[in-house]
Design a protein. Structure first.
Length: 374
């Protein structure tokens, strides 16, 4: 599918509200990573991340894909216009082994000490977070459905390289889940289905206590840690209930071109909208979505599909079939990761790739036109 092609406008005005947060690498005209500078103040919803060369662009909660699209492209356009010498790169890793500095903060200092040397992996990750409004009485179903479709991260895999080496179809997910939090495996991994919101809250509190305990063991005071982290903010599992925003959050997708992110948000939103009229149940190893029901496979099956999504992406026919059964139009996606060769990348290669993908993002923003009606 051609970059920049929009999802179909949606007519329903009662869809669950959705918002998008996308992290982009900031580079100069030669492709070197740099700080965002004046880009930070260019538009609403633009924020610094915990490392210097990453900028996050957020939308407000939107009820339609058209509204979401218009706002995302508008904010991107204002950011790009703020400084012609700074570019945005829609890739999940910087590809090469650049030295990436943290911004000074107590929160980052605590994480760095608790996670240890593996925290370096997190500095090389840029992703997309999708928030979907919680439906009263169905929040746990929303959480479990997003858990079951976590393998849909493969639809927007954007970078296979980490420190110049090809490691997986989604290098970000590989290093984030399996390297960065190896010493705290419950923090960054996908959690099993939850039977109810009380069980979710209990899990969250346990993981928080584990994190606080690890922080105390490396020399921090409990009060110091609790001043920086809540149970919600101390856990990096890919699917979360967010009481602070009344949303369910999916954190797995890579940073990608805005058109790809919007397609994914549209299809995920459509899936969760089905829960108004459909029964959700866990059964067997297949999984399927119909008008009457959403059947989630056993968690071990989901985990196998997640492994495929990270390691080989959409080249797995089993994964493609699964995502199709779960309601995704797989043919609508062309993950950027498939465009990279299998070999290593030199620093010069990486800079060239960054600039080429920055060009593609800018082309999308230039050609995007607002949709006047849904």
């Amino acid at each position: 599918m051609t970059d920049g092609v929009d999802p179909q406008p949606d007519a329903a005005s009662d869809r669950l509200r959705r918002s998008i947060e996308v992290e982009y690498w900031v580079v100069d005209d030669d492709g070197y990573l740099t700080d965002p500078g004046p880009l930070v103040d260019a538009a609403p919803g633009v924020e610094r991340e915990f490392v210097e060369p990453v900028l996050e662009i957020k939308t407000d909660p939107c009820r339609t894909t058209a509204e979401l699209r218009t706002q995302l492209y508008s904010r991107l356009g204002r950011v790009l216009a703020a400084d012609a010498d700074r570019r945005l790169v829609p890739l999940a890793t910087p590809l090469a082994a650049d030295s990436i500095a943290d911004r000074d903060s107590e929160r980052t200092r605590i994480q760095d000490r608790v996670v240890g040397d593996a925290f370096e992996c997190v500095r090389h990750c840029a992703g997309t977070h999708l928030h979907v409004e919680q439906r009263p009485g169905r929040a746990i179903d929303q959480l479990n459905v997003l858990t079951a479709v976590d393998p849909a991260l493969a639809l927007v895999n954007s970078a296979p390289h980490f420190r110049g080496e090809r490691v997986a179809a989604s290098a970000r997910s590989e290093v984030y889940r399996w390297r960065a939090y190896d010493s705290l495996p419950h923090q960054g991994s996908l959690w099993r289905y939850a039977p109810d919101t009380d069980a979710w809250a209990t899990r969250l509190q346990r993981r928080y206590e584990e994190f606080v305990t690890e922080a105390i063991l490396v020399g921090f005071d409990r009060a110091e840690v609790e001043a920086q982290f809540t149970p919600e903010s101390a856990v990096w599992t890919p699917v979360k209930l967010r009481a602070a925003f009344s949303t369910v959050e999916w954190r797995s997708p890579d940073a990608a071109l805005p058109s790809q992110v919007l397609r994914l948000a549209d299809q995920v939103g459509a899936l969760l909208d089905r829960l108004d009229d459909a029964e959700v149940r866990v059964e067997g190893e297949t999984g399927a979505v119909t008008d009457e029901s959403v059947v989630l496979p056993e968690f071990e099956t989901v985990r196998r599909h997640v492994d495929r999504a990270i390691r080989t992406g959409l080249s797995s026919s089993a994964l493609r079939s699964y995502l199709t059964r779960m309601g995704f139009d797989v043919s609508a996606f062309d993950p950027l990761t498939a465009e990279f060769d299998a070999g290593t990348l030199t620093p010069a290669d990486a800079r060239d790739r960054r600039l080429r993908h920055a060009d593609r993002l800018e082309q999308e923003v230039r050609t995007a036109t607002p949709i006047s009606a849904d």
